[in-house]
Structure formats: structure tokens, C-alpha cells
Ligand binder design. Structure first.
Ligand SMILES: [Zn+2]
Length: 338
């Protein structure tokens, strides 16, 4: 019996060692440990042994089973590794392929311009205020001296939400809200999105404005000129400016401010339509009616207001000629701005 065990042990370990596939390993396992396997058959012979022989034989058999099992498992692992290495060597990694770069995002040019302009006004002591984009007609029109019959109230220009609620058509209602909450003297700007139902080369239904207001004891047109000229110089560098008389319902007197053409420096080109000047913003002294509407005494306080389109300023800063490019989200367009 002992010899049989020794023989099985020797031959089985040899055949495990020689095995070259998982299938072979499985066949050896069945041959030894299966229902009719050699080791299984041996254990059935235990019955025919004497009481004294049985424990020793049982132990020998257990040892044999353990050795065979361990060797089978070890060989299995070995074969698995070999298979894996063969597979890896077949799936060659081509390290000459270029890697995928990480896309770096950029600030939208309008956002960049807005931040830039805000910084300039902050340095000149202006406060920054924001308000809702859905606005009461009372703040969007009435408080700003825009009469019921004014064309800007038309359904064609204004997006009405309800009869007395609109998508704000300018950021001026933020100034009304600011005036109701603050007492002069103050200086503030309100940048933000505004909405009008227009769409062509120079109009989009949503665009950005930056308006400003300065109210105090002796605020005059001279202050307006000084501050706005200083502002334009900070944006476009040393350049000529001019003020042309204009009309706005909420300021009196009103003016349009022009800056010398950034392209031709006054000689005349396509951008400035050969005038040598580019319109940059509207401005004027706050109409006493507007001050009264928010409870200020126009005898005590005066002020000036101004407003500009942030798309327009961005276009002039970067020489862009189609407003719609800002909203088409063409990554190639956005990538040009650093
Ligand atoms: Zn020009």
C-alpha cells in the first residue's frame, strides 16, 4: 500500500510538472481526485485495513491529496501567467502614437472684457451692483422717464413676460433699484445681460451692457467728461475722444461719446465708415424727473449716467466685425483670445 502511494505521488507530480495546458491540468485532476480517480479509489481501500493501520494510512493519503492539490494549483497559476504574457506580447503598445492633449478652456472674450472694465471702475471708486433679468415695467420704463407711447416699449422690441413684467431691455432698472436703496453721494456700475427682440449682424436677442451712475452734491458734466475720458484711456490707451449731442429719455443733456478709430487712428476706414470715429457709449446728466421718481431732491443732487454695450467694446478691443461670432460657440473663434 505504501509503495502504491509513493508511486502515485511520483508519477502524478511528474505529469503535473510536464503539463503544458489548463486542459491537461484538469485531466490530471480528474484522473487523481475525480470520483473514480486513483487517490479516491485508494481511500476506499481503508475499509479493509486494521484499526491500527487506518490512522496512519489516512494521514499518508491526506498528505498525498494535499501535495497533489497544491502542485495542481501552482501549475495552474504558472500556466495562466504564461498565457497572459503571450497575450501581452501580441497586443503590442505603439508608444510612437501621439498622446491626447488636455484641452485648456479659455475665458469668453465678453467675460474677459467685463472683468477688465469692472476693474477700471473699481479703481475709480465705483460700486458694482446687479439686479434681476426679469424686471417690472415700472423699473424698466416708468422710473426712467420712458413714456407709455415710447417706441422702445413696443412688443416688437421688448420680450414681455406679463403685462407688467419684461426681460429687462437695459441694465438701467438696476440703477433705479440702487437709488431706492442708497443715498447720495455714490458712484456705481451695473454690468449684465439684457434682452431685445432683434437679430442681425449688429444685434442679438441677448447682449451685455455696462451702465453707470454717479450722483452727489455738485456732480457736473465736467465730472462726466473727466471720468469717462479717463476710462476710455484705460481701455484703449492714449486716444482722442469727442462728445456729440444726443437724446435719451432719462438724461438731459445727453451725449454720445466717440473714440478715435482704433484701426485707422482717424484717417477713415471700413470699421469707422470713413468717419475716423467709433461710437463707444451714451451718456448724459440724469434727468431731474428720474431723480424725483426715486425720491431724491433734484435741487440738492445732480448726477450723470452712462451706458455701453459690452459686445461693442469687446469688438473694438479685438477688431471683431460680426457680433454673432460671440454666441455661436465656435471653439476656433474662442481660442484666438489669450
Ligand atoms: Zn477707422
Amino acid at each position: 500500500m505504501k509503495e502504491t502511494v509513493a508511486t502515485i505521488r511520483k508519477t502524478s507530480l511528474e505529469s503535473i510538472e510536464k503539463a503544458t495546458s489548463m486542459q491537461e491540468i484538469e485531466e490530471i485532476r480528474i484522473k487523481l481526485l475525480g470520483k473514480k480517480g486513483e487517490i479516491t479509489e485508494l481511500s476506499k481501500q481503508m475499509k479493509g485495513l486494521s484499526q491500527e493501520e487506518r490512522p496512519l494510512f489516512g494521514q499518508t493519503l491526506n498528505e498525498l491529496r494535499d501535495v497533489v492539490t497544491i502542485n495542481l494549483e501552482t501549475k495552474k497559476e504558472e500556466l495562466k501567467n504564461i498565457e497572459k504574457n503571450i497575450r501581452i506580447s501580441k497586443e503590442v503598445l505603439d508608444i510612437t502614437l501621439p498622446g491626447r492633449g488636455i484641452e485648456v478652456g479659455r475665458e469668453h472674450p465678453i467675460t474677459e472684457t467685463t472683468t477688465f472694465l469692472k476693474e477700471i471702475f473699481l479703481n475709480m471708486g465705483f460700486d458694482i451692483s446687479e439686479g434681476p433679468e426679469i424686471e417690472k415695467t415700472e423699473y424698466n420704463f416708468d422710473a426712467l422717464n420712458i413714456p407709455e407711447a415710447h417706441p422702445s416699449r413696443d412688443w416688437q422690441d421688448t420680450f414681455y413676460i406679463k403685462e407688467n413684467e419684461v426681460l429687462r431691455t437695459h441694465t438701467s432698472p438696476v440703477q433705479v433699484r440702487y437709488m431706492l436703496e442708497n443715498k447720495p453721494p455714490f458712484r456705481m456700475i451695473c454690468p449684465g445681460k439684457v434682452y431685445r427682440s432683434d437679430y442681425d449682424v449688429s444685434h442679438t436677442p441677448m447682449f451685455h451692457q455696462l451702465e453707470g451712475l454717479m450722483v452727489g452734491d455738485n456732480v457736473s458734466f465736467a465730472n462726466l467728461k473727466a471720468i469717462l475720458t479717463e476710462f476710455v484711456k484705460k481701455v484703449f490707451g492714449e486716444t482722442k475722444v469727442r462728445f456729440r449731442p444726443h437724446f435719451f429719455p432719462f438724461t438731459e443733456p445727453s451725449a454720445e461719446m466717440d473714440v478715435e478709430c482704433v484701426i485707422c487712428k482717424g484717417d477713415g476706414c471700413r470699421l469707422c465708415k470713413n468717419s475716423g470715429w467709433l461710437e463707444i457709449m451714451g451718456c448724459g446728466m440724469v434727468d431731474p424727473e428720474v431723480l424725483k421718481a426715486v425720491g431724491y431732491d433734484p435741487e440738492e443732487y445732480t448726477g450723470f449716467a452712462f451706458g455701453m454695450g459690452l459686445e461693442r467694446v469687446t469688438m473694438l478691443r479685438h477688431g471683431i466685425d460680426d457680433l454673432r461670432a460671440f454666441f455661436e460657440n465656435d471653439v476656433r473663434f474662442l481660442r484666438q483670445f489669450k
